[in-house]
Design a protein around this ligand. Structure first.
Ligand code: PPS
Ligand code: MG
Ligand code: MG
Ligand code: MG
Length: 355
């Protein structure tokens, strides 16, 4: 199968990084800093990015990576660097063969910084470029909500392989998607899912482990004969997507069920496995550009589970023009059969707002 090696590498690399993020999640000190855009970053984000880029470079040294983080803060703060280096050394897959497949341990703190800085690609529509979000939903990670470790391979600007680890989602995909799953998460017994998809080959989920990969299970979106019956997912943070516009859209579609608010690409994962149906992300500002690492993996997953993902105007997402989706505004993900109907209503709501 095409991209078999890339998928396995991505699944194992995300699984190893999740060992690190879980250890930070359950520790009271997360080494949180505030970035220049006022968003938070933790020692978990830095460690997970270093581990995943080291894995990619061990298997595919010529591939580029667009990663959210870089090593500047760690170079400026040796104590913080040492904290991350300790975590990185501790995070290893329990199965030696699996650990070998992703290049073994990072050899030194300097190599760790180099790996962390390996995510500086400017992106583009030529060749193989990975999009990496080491912790998506950092605010959820800090709050005790959902978060996700997200990795996608883009080929000539098209998301082609997508892998997402969700340490706080229930493994059982029949678990009802209620607000508790979104905002009162934990990574204890029965939690932790690893999603994977390759363009043209379908989407899967399996339990997240700390060693070998479990056997995959095919996932699909729920059939949704009547859009009024939909459950829709949206961001927790009101600053990240417009809850007001999303409520108007839901009302116009006849949706009566309450939305499920959850952080991170766990929203894409949930609808891809039929726990929830729609993901609405309406812009809150005219200037914010969505980052490719916040969407690339989730888009492959939803497309391969039978869904369609566009921007809020129904325009195809263009992942091949840099680190952001600057040609697009907002995100709408829905089962193929109802996507056009949802976009029609989204456009109505957006045009009613025009000044
Ligand atoms: N203003 C604004 N508008 C839209 N999106 C923004 C904005 N600011 C940040 N971000 C990005 O949102 C990512 C998290 O998205 P979520 O859907 O998980 O948001 S939320 O935390 O549930 O509200 C989050 O990803 P992480 O930084 O990886 O957590 C950000 O990249
Ligand atoms: Mg961030
Ligand atoms: Mg993110
Ligand atoms: Mg992030």
């Amino acid at each position: 199968m095409a991209y078999e090696k890339e998928l396995e590498l991505a699944l194992l690399a995300v699984q190893r990084a999740a060992i690190l993020t879980k250890s930070v999640y359950s520790s009271h000190s997360k080494g949180t800093l505030t970035k220049t855009d006022s968003s938070p970053v933790t020692i978990g984000d830095f460690g997970a990015q270093a581990l995943i880029i080291a894995s990619i470079k061990s298997a595919f040294p010529n591939d580029e990576v667009v990663g959210e983080e870089d090593a500047d803060d760690l170079r400026a703060n040796p104590d913080l660097k040492n904290l991350v280096w300790d975590l990185v050394q501790q995070a290893k897959l329990s199965d030696p063969a699996a650990q070998d497949k992703i290049g073994g341990p990072i050899k030194s703190a300097d190599d760790m910084l180099k790996a962390l800085d390996g995510g500086a690609s400017e992106g583009g529509n030529k060749g193989r470029i990975w999009a990496l979000d080491p912790i998506d939903g950092t605010k959820g990670f800090l709050r005790g909500g959902q978060y996700a470790v997200c990795l996608a391979l883009m080929v000539d600007g098209v998301p082609t392989v997508g892998v997402i680890g969700c340490p706080n989602l229930p493994v059982d995909d029949k678990a009802p998607l209620d607000s508790k799953i979104g905002t009162d998460a934990d990574d204890k017994e029965g939690k932790g899912v690893l999603f994977g998809a390759v363009k043209g080959q379908g989407a899967t989920s399996r339990a997240l482990t700390d060693g070998k990969l479990e056997a995959p299970k095919t996932i699909t979106m729920s059939p949704l004969p009547d859009v009024a019956q939909a459950t829709f997912c949206e961001s927790v943070e009101a600053g990240h997507s417009s809850h007001g516009d999303q409520a108007d859209i839901a009302r116009k579609l006849g949706i009566t069920k309450a939305s499920v608010r959850m952080d991170s690409q766990a929203k894409y994962c949930s609808i891809a496995r039929g726990a929830g149906d729609l993901y609405l992300r309406l812009p809150t500002s005219k200037t914010y550009q969505e980052k490719i690492w916040d969407h690339a993996a989730g888009v492959v997953l939803v497309q391969e589970a039978g869904g369609e993902v566009t921007d809020a105007y129904g325009k195809q997402l263009n992942f091949g023009i840099g680190r952001t989706l600057k040609e697009n505004k907002g995100i709408v993900a829905a089962p193929k059969a109802v996507h056009a109907k949802v976009i029609e209503v989204v456009k109505e709501v957006l045009s009613a707002k025009k000044d």
